[in-house]
Design a binder for this molecule. Structure first.
Ligand code: PLP
Length: 469
């Protein structure tokens, strides 16, 4: 390893931090060569819905980090719980029937909160690993019930389920597959449930949903129902575009799954823990998952923790595996006590401060304000979302819904201007959409500021576009 002349200690000037970062850090989802020129932006602190960078500039983070800091920054209650637990028992594994107090309490609490028929909770560290666990559980389940050919997985184009080998395969964004030899051959992708961009002329939401359900059924029948194991869906698609399901979508899809004995996996990594104004998206849309995926809002990002939730139906079959010895899957850090301690206090805060109710009420206000401010803008094709998740889709031509070529990078350019206006929103991958997913503690006044800053950014971008022809 090259020796550094810069001591790697905290408290450096921004210039030194930038130099150090460029020397050794490998950033996720980053343009690697460009990063070596521009360097990082260093975030140093946060309070409520605001974060501060190493130059002392403050931003409203309307993305809650990466859709995850539901209770906002600076919650000393969680920090104290983490410190207490680290002093008491920093780690113990949960293999071979070992347990720790916070993880026991947390599993019981999630089981109470989660929609029926969820019964058991398996902990991991990230949304990606929880989805990989779910894939393994699905394959294991079908082996156990004597249907070993049932291994194919259906997900949607533009879905986001994570980046590990199985979860990236389930994700439906081409850049996550290209160059990585993915998706796995077992994974099939069906149409994105986005009525605005995918419906045929004159097709109602219900007709569109019925057509998408037929596509799922035709896919199952074409592949052979005895080969199709599970269907994965986010209640509201997040990173792929913030796409709420069109009317009648799940109502049409679920009977198809049941008819062909295809397990239903609901990925709640973004929707869970209040984002939509309900505890879970499954409750919003009346879903009964066979498996569920949780992460992000489970700890509000204060510690890395995820969970695979298993229904009684699946659990009862897994019990039958005992004749083979033990369940041979688990992470060193499954049911990590410090992460569980953080999650417990996070859930206390969500309950005590009625943050789910706030997401519903303030979310409705935010959705109204955002639409009122930008829906008529000539560059805005659609404003969509519910609760405290939203997206604005930019278009080159409003009437014809003509998309900007992605090479023009319009969404990242607007995000950059918003940044200069003191607002963090997110340019979604392979799209012209920008998203909002603020901490659930956001107030109406903060929402007004988010909307005003975004509207200013849009105006500035329009002038920039006009100026450059
Ligand atoms: N599932 C969904 C719906 C997500 O939005 C994400 C991340 O954004 C993941 C899974 C993967 O989670 P992680 O980044 O923690 O691996």
């Amino acid at each position: 390893m090259a020796t550094s002349t810069i001591p790697a200690v905290p408290g450096q000037t921004t210039e030194r931090l930038v130099e150090l970062d460029k020397r050794a850090s490998f950033h996720p989802y980053t343009q690697l060569a460009a990063h070596l020129k521009t360097g990082p932006t260093v975030i140093v602190s946060g309070e409520g819905v605001r974060v501060r960078d190493s130059h002392g500039r403050e931003y409203i983070d309307a993305m809650a980090g990466l859709w995850c800091v539901n209770v906002g920054w600076g919650r000393t209650e969680i920090a104290d719980a983490i410190a207490r637990q680290a002093r008491e028992l920093a780690f113990f594994h949960s293999f071979s029937s070992m347990a720790n107090e916070p993880a026991i309490a947390l599993a019981a609490r999630i089981a109470d909160l989660a929609p029926d028929p969820i019964g058991k909770i398996f902990f991991g560290c990230t949304g990606s690993d929880a989805n990989d666990t779910n894939v393994k559980l699905i394959w294991y389940y079908h082996n156990l019930i004597g249907k070993p050919r049932k291994k194919k997985l259906i997900a949607r184009k533009r879905a986001y389920h994570g980046v590990t080998v199985a979860s990236a395969s389930l994700s439906g964004l081409p850049s996550m597959h290209r160059g990585f030899d993915l998706p796995l051959p077992q994974v099939l992708h069906v149409e994105t449930p986005h009525h605005w961009s995918r419906a045929r002329d004159g097709e109602s939401e219900r007709e569109f949903s019925a057509r998408l359900a037929r596509e799922v059924e035709e896919t199952i029948e074409r592949e052979g129902p005895d080969t199709v194991a599970a269907f994965f869906a986010e209640p509201v698609m997040g990173a792929g575009g913030v796409i709420p399901p069109p009317e009648g979508y799940f109502e049409a899809i679920v009977p198809v799954l049941r008819r062909h004995d295809v397990l239903f996996v609901v990925d709640e990594v973004i929707c869970g823990f209040g984002r939509l104004g309900r505890w879970f998206g499954a409750q919003m849309y009346g879903l009964e998952p066979d498996l569920m995926t949780l992460a992000k809002g489970l700890t509000s990002g204060y510690q890395p923790l995820s969970a695979s939730l298993v229904s009684e139906r699946v659990w009862n079959v897994l019990l039958g595996a005992e004749k083979d010895g033990y369940f041979a899957h688990g992470f060193t850090y499954s049911a990590h006590p410090v992460c569980a301690a953080a999650a417990l206090v996070n859930l206390d805060l969500i309950e005590q401060e009625d943050l789910v109710g706030n997401a519903e009420r303030t979310g409705a206000f935010f959705q109204r304000e955002l639409r009122a401010a930008v829906v008529d803008h000539p560059l805005v094709g659609e404003v969509r979302g519910l609760g405290l998740i939203a997206a604005v889709e930019l278009v080159a031509d409003k009437a014809g819904k003509t998309a900007f070529p992605l090479e023009q990078k319009v969404a990242p350019r607007v995000a950059r201007i918003a940044w200069e206006e003191g607002l963090i929103c997110r340019a979604l991958p392979e799209s012209n959409a920008l998203s909002f997913s603020p901490p659930l503690v956001i107030t109406e006044d903060d929402c007004r500021q988010v909307v005003a800053r975004f509207a200013r950014a849009l105006e500035r971008f329009e002038r920039e576009l006009g100026g450059s022809g």
